[in-house]
Design a protein around this ligand. Structure first.
Ligand code: NAD
Ligand code: DAU
Length: 336
């Protein structure tokens, strides 16, 4: 398979690129990434020198560039990860989310339509369902009730992608995944932020009462699910992807502190996130039945491996934390 991947220098995209090359899923992989604050070529050092991989720095909103790459590379499929991905940043500044997530997806869909690219996999999120009251878990037909500018922009791009299937008969598949964790995740999301703060004996900021529930999915399990949906799933279908491990944030943070040998007193309650979704919970039977995929990594083991990776890579953390990240951290947490 020849692939064009967008956002392949970010957390999940780079895991997908590393796995796709390691597992020989691909004969060719073109990686289009703008290298925003979240894109990091250090995430791709292990595939440096692999002739199958071509990195192109560029914006997905640039349809001309996308069209040129599709003409040059004639991929069998596009796997579209590129997005602004952090909810707190979408509250501080929603504009970039509409631009990249909605207009950028539109641009990639248009380029794919013009080039007649055979398959398009759009990487979406379970956040499009909004907060889900117990005892319900969202299946793929659950109504979309996005709460944040991030999730609304993802819901917009998700529906736009599906509309290209309905209207233009493009073979589009959508995956909606739960919260990912693992190595190389930018330390703005809950797990890497709490690990890196714990390792430096800094306060661990818990939003509100910390009883919000998230379902944790190891990043490589997500990447295998995307590959399964692309190769065994049906065009026009939506597949939820989850880790079947729903936990309150406070429990996750306590597990991190225990694993790092740090006191629970490092946890600090701060002002809640506006519009904070209380609970995410999804069913994953559809993907399992269609493709045989299953989440393999137990949360305790994945968390141990992730903490070990952050401990072993202090240079990676300090480099991504320099510059723009410091401004963001100050803006997001100083007023809380
Ligand atoms: P990330 O923020 O780590 O990486 C995003 C990547 O996209 C970066 O490499 C960035 O440089 C690139 N990018 C951003 N804007 C771009 C643009 N205009 N043009 C080209 N490249 C651009 O994100 P992530 O956590 O790896 O998420 C990847 C995808 O998975 C996103 O679509 C996100 O919505 C989705 N998702 C994430 C999670 C999660 O828990 N992180 C869960 C479900 C779905
Ligand atoms: O559900 C999938 C989504 O998961 C993805 O689509 C998003 O890209 C990804 O960022 C993630 O969104 P969340 O908002 O759930 O993730 P985040 O890591 O920002 O927060 C997880 C939970 O932890 C949430 O309830 C807010 C809380 N939190 C987060 C941070 C950063 C805190 O209590 N303190 C914090 O400092």
């Amino acid at each position: 398979m020849r692939l064009l991947v967008t956002g392949g220098a970010g957390f999940i995209g780079s895991a997908f690129v590393r796995l796709a090359l390691k597992e020989n899923w691909v004969a060719r992989l073109v990686n289009l990434d703008k290298l925003t604050y979240a894109g990091n070529l250090e995430n791709l050092t292990s595939v440096e020198g692999d002739a199958r991989h071509r990195f192109v720095q560029g914006d997905i909103c640039d349809t001309t560039l996308a069209a040129r790459l599709l003409e040059e590379e004639t991929p069998d499929a596009i796997v579209h990860f590129a997005a602004e991905s952090h909810v707190d940043r979408s509250i501080l500044g929603p504009g970039a989310f509409v631009e990249t997530n909605v207009r950028g997806t539109f641009s990639m869909l248009e380029a794919a339509r013009a080039a007649k690219t055979p398959r398009f996999l759009h990487v979406s999120t379970d956040e499009v369902y909004g907060s889900i009251d117990e005892p319900h878990d969202a299946d793929e037909n659950y109504p979309l009730r996005a709460s944040s500018p991030y999730s609304a922009s993802k819901a917009g791009s998700d529906l736009l992608a599906l509309s290209y299937c309905t209207t233009f008969k493009m073979a589009v598949t959508v995956t909606r995944a739960s919260n990912n964790y693992g190595p190389f995740q930018f330390p703005e999301k809950l797990i890497p932020l709490m690990i890196s703060n714990a390792l430096e004996d800094k306060p661990l900021p818990i939003y509100g009462d910390g009883m919000q529930v998230r379902d944790w999915l190891y990043v490589d399990d997500h990447c295998r699910a995307i590959w399964a949906a692309l190769t065994k799933g049906a065009p026009g279908e939506i597949y939820n992807v989850g880790g079947s491990r729903a936990l309150p944030n406070r429990t996750v943070v306590e597990m991190i502190l225990d694993a790092c040998g740090k006191p629970h007193s490092l946890m600090t309650t701060v002002k809640d996130r506006p519009g904070h979704d209380r609970r995410y919970a999804i069913t994953t039977e559809k993907l399992e039945q269609a493709t045989g995929w299953q989440a393999l990594m137990p949360f305790e083991e994945g968390l141990r491996e992730t903490i070990a990776w952050y401990k072993a890579n202090p240079g990676w953390i300090s480099r991504v934390r320099s510059g723009e990240y410091q401004n963001y951290y100050e803006r997001n947490y100083s007023a809380r």
